[in-house]
Every structure is written in structure tokens, then in C-alpha cells.
Write a protein that binds this ligand. Structure first.
Ligand code: C2E
Ligand code: MG
Ligand code: MG
Ligand code: MG
Length: 289
């Protein structure tokens, strides 16, 4: 009986595995079509100057308007895109779309037009054509290089240090700004902050949770602000969800903040509203995780 039960369990397990594999294949097939069919979207989340309250830049965050009607967030499809070998193409598409959009804002708003910060995966960074892709994208869009920021995580930066350093030097020479994303969560050798020509560090959201009451997070965030100041880097903080978290970073040396409390990611047509003011962006977006 035990043997039979065992066999039945294996069968159920098998079927579940097969169903999951099939689901993943269907997702990958649908993703392959997503770019040519124009199903990808870019939403933009404000990066706010904490002293003036002005929107300094926006972060480009990819979404997928899935044919079944749902708007999916990156957590739902980036792993499948990576598995399908589509991540570099997806990043390049987001980069081009974000640059095109930021250039259009610049034409409408002049100096008040926001810079745009784009996330770069290890796949795209490892692509030897990255610098050319960025240079051509800037040229094609007419966006000034200093209006583009590239967000790289520590994990992405540490994959191949000599190659990364060279690519970053060339991007820096173009005039693009370089930002370390999710700072403090990756491989934490601080030496790379000297080795790589980065302009800003964005403290990870996990250190901001309960910042008003959690003494450990307070100590970490304060130390990052001091480190950034000492190295001449701009300090950015993400994941501000409450007034008291905002208050807690206001006294530290952070120039720029980001988080649901300051503004959620929104479709491009809402960004003008964020900049010209008047509407509460804290309750805008509903995305499936
Ligand atoms: P990230 O670059 O660290 O972006 C911040 C994420 O945190 C975004 O989630 C944003 O919506 C969310 N967020 C912002 N403020 C708050 C807050 O106050 N509270 C909470 N709980 N969350 C907040 P999203 O859009 O789901 O993106 C998740 C991650 O997916 C991003 O993390 C980034 O690593 C990646 N990603 C997004 N777009 C792209 C892309 O075009 N290319 C690549 N390679 N990765 C992307
Ligand atoms: Mg980011
Ligand atoms: Mg981040
Ligand atoms: Mg993060």
C-alpha cells in the first residue's frame, strides 16, 4: 500500500511539474510576441528633491499589458524573460522608450523636464554593444546624456569587474549618470565605489522600513548618507511609504527620495501632472505582483 501511495504521490508531483513547465513555456512564447506586438509599457515613478519637493527625475519601470487583460509587474515576467534570453532586448526596448519619452518631456517643459533613470540588467551590461546601444539611443532620441541615469545593482556590477569598469568608464565619458540600485543588499565590498565611476547610491527599501522606529535601520541609513557624502556621491533613498519615514530621512543628507508616499509609478501621461502638481499620485497604480 505504501508503495502504491508513493507511486501516486510521484504521479501528482510529476503532473504538477509538467503543468508548471507548460505554463512557463506559454509565458515565454507570449513574451516573445510582447515586444513586436507593442504590449510592453513603461511606467514612471518620481524621484523627488527632498529640499524643494520638485520631481528631479523619474525611474522607468517596465509593465506588460498581457493579452488576457492584466497589467503585469516585472516580478511576474522578468525571470521568464531572462530564461528565454529576452532580457537584454527587453532592457534595450525600455531604454529606447524611456529616452524617447524624456526627450519629449524636455521639449514640452524645458528645464523642468525630468531626467529618466533606467534599470540595467546584467544581461545588457554584459553585452559588448551596450555602450553603442546607449550612444545610439541618445542620438536617436535627442535626449541630453546628462538626462539619462542607468541603475545597476551591486550584483550586476560585481559579475565581471574589469569589463564592468571599462563599460562604466565609457558610459561616463558619454555623460550618462550611473546609480547603484538596491545599495546595501548585494556583495558589499565598498572598494568598488572607488573603482567604478558612479554618481549616486540608492539605499535599498529594506533599510527604510520602519526607519522612524528601528534603530538598526537608522544606523545603517545614516552610515550610507555619511559614506556617500565623504565620497562625493549623491545619496538617494527608495521605498518611503510613510510621513514619518520621510521625516526620518529629511534630517540626514539625502537629496533625493522615492517611494509610494512621494508618488507611485504612473503611465507617462500622468507624469506631467506629477510635475505641474495638483494631483495626489500616491494612489494611482494597481499592478499584480
Ligand atoms: P527597483 O529598481 O528597485 O525598483 C523599485 C521597485 O519598488 C518598483 O517595483 C517600485 O514600484 C517599487 N516601489 C517603489 N516605491 C515603493 C514603496 O514605497 N514601497 C514598496 N513596497 N515598493 C515600492 P516594480 O516596478 O515591481 O519593479 C521591481 C524590480 O524590477 C525593480 O526594482 C527592478 O529591479 C526591476 N525592473 C523594473 N523595470 C525593469 C526594466 O526595465 N529592466 C530591468 N532589467 N529590470 C527592471
Ligand atoms: Mg531601480
Ligand atoms: Mg531600487
Ligand atoms: Mg529595490
Amino acid at each position: 500500500a505504501a508503495k502504491r501511495a508513493g507511486r501516486a504521490a510521484v504521479k501528482v508531483f510529476d503532473e504538477r511539474m509538467r503543468a508548471r513547465a507548460l505554463e512557463r513555456m506559454q509565458l515565454q512564447t507570449a513574451l516573445h510576441r510582447a515586444i513586436p506586438r507593442g504590449e510592453l509599457r513603461v511606467h514612471y515613478q518620481p524621484l523627488v528633491d527632498l529640499a524643494s519637493g520638485q520631481v528631479r527625475a523619474v525611474e522607468a519601470l517596465v509593465r506588460w499589458a498581457h493579452p488576457d487583460g492584466q497589467l503585469l509587474g516585472p516580478g511576474a515576467f522578468l525571470p521568464a524573460a531572462e530564461e528565454a534570453g529576452l532580457l537584454a532586448d527587453l532592457d534595450a526596448w525600455v531604454l529606447a522608450e524611456a529616452c524617447r519619452q524624456a526627450a519629449a518631456w524636455g521639449r514640452d517643459l524645458g528645464d523642468a523636464g525630468p531626467a529618466v533613470w533606467v534599470n540595467v540588467s546584467g544581461r545588457l551590461l554584459a553585452d559588448s554593444r551596450l555602450v553603442d546601444v546607449v550612444a545610439r539611443t541618445l542620438e536617436g532620441s535627442g535626449l541630453a546624456p546628462d538626462r539619462l541615469g542607468l541603475e545597476l545593482t551591486e550584483g550586476v556590477l560585481m559579475r565581471d569587474i574589469p569589463t564592468t569598469a571599462e563599460a562604466l568608464e565609457r558610459l561616463r565619458a558619454l555623460g550618462v549618470r550611473l546609480v547603484v540600485d538596491d545599495f546595501g543588499t548585494g556583495y558589499s565590498s565598498l572598494a568598488y565605489l572607488r573603482r567604478f565611476p558612479v554618481d549616486a547610491v540608492k539605499v535599498d527599501r529594506s533599510f527604510v522600513v520602519g526607519l522612524d522606529t528601528d534603530p538598526d535601520n537608522q544606523a545603517i541609513v545614516r552610515a550610507v548618507a555619511d559614506l556617500a557624502a565623504a565620497l562625493g556621491l549623491e545619496a538617494v533613498v527608495e521605498g518611503l511609504e510613510t510621513a514619518s519615514e520621510l521625516q526620518a530621512v529629511a534630517d540626514l543628507d539625502f537629496r533625493i527620495g522615492q517611494g509610494y508616499f512621494l508618488g507611485r509609478p504612473v503611465p507617462p501621461e500622468r507624469v506631467l501632472v506629477a510635475i505641474t502638481g495638483g494631483v495626489d499620485l500616491r494612489r494611482e497604480e494597481i499592478v499584480l505582483p
